[in-house]
Design a protein around this ligand. Structure first.
Ligand code: MUC
Ligand code: MG
Length: 366
């Protein structure tokens, strides 16, 4: 299981409609396919989504850090030596999605070598997750229409509503319209740091009767005292997402009173570090949600493999549906969401089969 090659292939798939949120927007899935090859002919596969507004990574930087730094560091180690792999990856600061994709590709190799599913190796709790859909910025009527279409087509009844616009009253109106249209839906909000602490507090007060499940990153964690003030007043668990991208940040945000729940994203912590974050949260009695890094189908398969593997991550609906906004993907067999749930792939490893024609069509390096 010796690593002989680490491949980073940039590809670009257009979105059918852009996804907009307070910190940015996505029009093209300009991701990087990461493949780790072994001397025995096994190939582990994952994807890294560049999110410059969240981590500073770009498609070019992900390819460069893998080609120039990670690939030479990892070649010669085996897929079983994950601690040694991470020791080497950690010599480079940042670059979370590049590191996470390498980690997940290594787990894919381990699963294939063992003839077992990665989800089973991670914990094997269940074979599916309920799905939560993220509704991006649009006029309130369009947000309602989108949520109703997703509910009617896929049976999804949990929605994360993007907020953080100014004035905050337009987001309050959108949330009220969604609640009026879907009295039984689970709704929560994500501000991507768009509001100040006091705007967030006013919005939460005006949304108090809607029965929201969570509030996420409404104001910046860097506004340290304002954020603590807000979190102390939040009527629902306050999720740290982009402010808690690794275990040490999770510790800081929780102990500092800047969050009371955590979004776990395999796109940034892979499987190895996501388990560390999960176990930390379980030990502290802090709720977690499986988040979405606006993943394609490969990333979504990774998220559901992890989320379904553990009791705590399977408790709430996972954010697993944003690939629906993309016009196409690389998987030979596309993912399907039915009855509001997404299943893990059967078989050894992660079950990722790339369609070579699609890869040839969408890759950006040839
Ligand atoms: C989310 O949960 O915030 C948008 C920006 C990002 O970093 O992730 C997405 C979704
Ligand atoms: Mg978020």
């Amino acid at each position: 299981m010796k690593i002989v090659r680490v491949e980073a292939v940039p590809f670009a798939v257009p979105y059918a409609k852009p996804l907009r949120f307070a910190s940015g927007e996505v029009r093209t899935a300009d991701h990087v396919l990461v493949r780790v090859h072994t001397d025995e002919g096994l190939t582990g596969t994952a994807e890294a989504p560049p999110r410059p507004y969240t981590y500073g990574e770009t498609q070019e930087s992900i390819v460069a850090v893998i080609d120039k730094i990670f690939a030479p560091q990892l070649t010669g180690l085996t897929a079983l030596e994950r601690e040694a792999v991470h020791e080497r990856l950690d010599r480079t600061v940042g670059n979370p999605t590049a590191k996470a994709a390498v980690d997940m590709a290594l787990w894919d190799i381990l699963g294939q070598a063992a003839g077992m599913s990665v989800s089973g190796l991670l914990g094997g709790y269940t074979d599916r997750m309920r799905v939560s859909h993220m509704v991006g910025f649009a006029p309130a009527e369009a947000m309602v229409a989108e949520a109703e279409r997703i509910r009617d087509t896929y049976g999804i009844t949990t929605f994360k509503v993007k907020v953080g616009r100014r004035p905050y009253t337009q987001d309050v109106a959108a949330c009220r319209a969604l609640r009026a249209a879907m009295p039984d839906a689970e709704l929560y909000i994500d501000g991507n740091r768009g509001w100040t602490a006091s705007e967030s507090a006013r919005a939460l007060r005006e949304l108090a009767d809607l029965g929201l499940t969570f509030a996420e990153e409404l104001c910046p964690a860097d506004d340290v005292l304002g954020r603590r003030w807000l979190v102390a007043r939040s009527p629902v668990p306050f999720i740290a997402d982009e402010s808690a991208t690794r275990a040490a940040e999770v510790t800081r945000e929780l102990l500092g009173g800047s969050a009371t729940a955590i979004s776990i994203k395999t796109a940034r912590t892979g499987f190895t570090a996501s388990q560390r974050v999960l176990h930390e949260c379980e030990g502290l009695g802090v709720e977690v949600v499986m988040g979405n890094q606006i993943d394609g189908q490969i990333g979504t398969l990774c998220s559901v493999a992890f989320g379904a593997a553990h009791r705590t991550t399977a408790r709430y609906a996972g954010e697993l549906s944003n690939f629906l906004d993309m016009t196409d993907d690389l998987l030979a067999e596309p993912l399907t969401i039915t009855g509001g749930t997404l299943r893990i792939r059967e078989g050894a490893g992660l079950g990722i089969q790339i369609d070579p024609d699609k890869l040839a069509r969408y890759r950006q390096d040839r």
